[in-house]
Design a protein around this ligand. Structure first.
Ligand SMILES: *[C@@H]1O[C@H](CO)[C@@H](O)[C@H](O)[C@H]1NC(C)=O
Ligand SMILES: *[C@@H]1O[C@H](CO)[C@@H](O)[C@H](O)[C@H]1NC(C)=O
Ligand SMILES: *[C@@H]1O[C@H](CO)[C@@H](O)[C@H](O)[C@H]1NC(C)=O
Length: 308
């Protein structure tokens, strides 16, 4: 049987990049971050991505108090990008410009935003306690609150996420703030920050929950700690880790020539990652992602591994 086979994988069962699969897998065998990434990609989908606070709560419940495990966040070599602390808001350069003239500057240490007394934005240090306070946003009351505590940026974020929703983010909340507090003398921290972290699965989620400032020289990978905040660590350290995704997927085998379904099988996920299976985007139909299998050898392997 020397024919190509066409395998379609139903979305929802595979959740291939398009939708997130929230099956978290805690793997207790310690590995370095890179080995953990390889393991997750072979067996499941990838190291876990955390998109928001509710994801984080689900993740913590799933790992049930197991401390200190790698997640998919790592320091990329890309240039730093500005983000809002509220991950559903995307930063774009404000129009009209509300940055203080000449800011932000490309200085390595200035990665957090403050609201100045003139209601402009200024890029400042994240780890100092010399700002007058910070501004929280409360989603339930759709209101902003000026908090007069001289916290560094990470502790300001923790405070807002604990007592309200998050640090002030986005232009709408900024407008709410300057309306509610038209006269101020000092600077207040807000949810603007700049970093070059990225997720292993390529997701662009800007959600962060760090507990320590990043040391870009040595600590380039992020681990979940027992209190739910994340530490940046040396990627070579061996730690338990968390993958996401299903271990097996249900697929339909098609005969390419006639394009008719042959049989439905359950495949071990890792097989789909093997080199002979290349996603064929053009062949997507009925919500399916297509895979072209080189030949009969692949089929017999699948028959071997699959259950009808
Ligand atoms: C959090 O992110 C997930 C995707 O990971 C999404 O399904 C969910 O709606 C988000 N929740 C909130 C409250 O934004
Ligand atoms: C992330 O990607 C989605 C589409 O994949 C896009 O809609 C969204 O604006 C992006 N967010 C950021 C912060 O770039
Ligand atoms: C802010 O929101 C929280 C829930 O996130 C709520 O419990 C609290 O009462 C709110 N505070 C104010 C001052 O509105």
């Amino acid at each position: 049987m020397d024919q190509s086979l066409w395998i379609s994988v139903l979305l929802g069962q595979l959740c291939f990049c398009v939708c997130q699969d929230h099956k978290y897998r805690f793997i207790s065998e310690p590995k370095s971050w890179t080995e953990a990434q390889e393991f997750c990609r072979r067996r499941y989908i990838d190291l876990v991505t955390v998109n928001n606070m509710s994801d984080l709560q689900a993740l913590r419940a799933a790992v049930d108090g197991q401390p200190d495990a790698w997640i998919g966040l790592y320091l990329t070599s890309e240039i730093r990008k500005w983000h809002w602390s509220q991950p559903e808001l995307t930063y774009s350069y404000p129009k009209p410009d509300v940055w203080w003239a000449g800011r932000p500057k490309d200085e390595l240490v200035r990665n957090c935003g403050v609201l100045t007394s003139k209601n402009t934005w200024y890029d400042t240090l994240c780890d100092t306690q010399d700002e007058a306070g910070f501004v929280c946003y409360n989603k339930s009351s759709n209101d902003v609150f000026k908090i007069d505590l001289m916290y560094d940026w990470l502790d300001s974020q923790l405070y807002c996420r604990t007592h309200h929703t998050d640090l002030l983010s986005g232009l709408t909340q900024y407008q709410q703030f300057i309306t509610k507090y038209p006269t101020r003398i000092y600077g207040f921290r807000m949810g603007l920050f700049r970093d070059s972290w990225g997720w292993s699965d390529g997701s662009n989620s800007s959600f962060r929950n760090m507990k320590t400032e990043v040391n870009p020289q040595t600590k380039k990978c992020a681990a979940l700690t027992s209190d739910g905040r994340w530490a940046s660590e040396d990627c070579g350290l061996e730690k338990p880790f968390i993958c996401y995704g299903e271990a097996s997927v249900r697929v339909t085998l098609h005969n390419l020539a006639q394009d008719v379904p042959l049989k439905r099988v359950v495949l071990w996920r890792g097989l789909l990652q093997s080199a002979s299976l290349k996603p064929q985007r053009k062949r997507q139909k009925h919500g399916a992602v297509g895979y072209l299998v080189a030949g009969a050898a692949a089929l017999s392997q699948q028959n071997h591994m699959g259950k009808v």
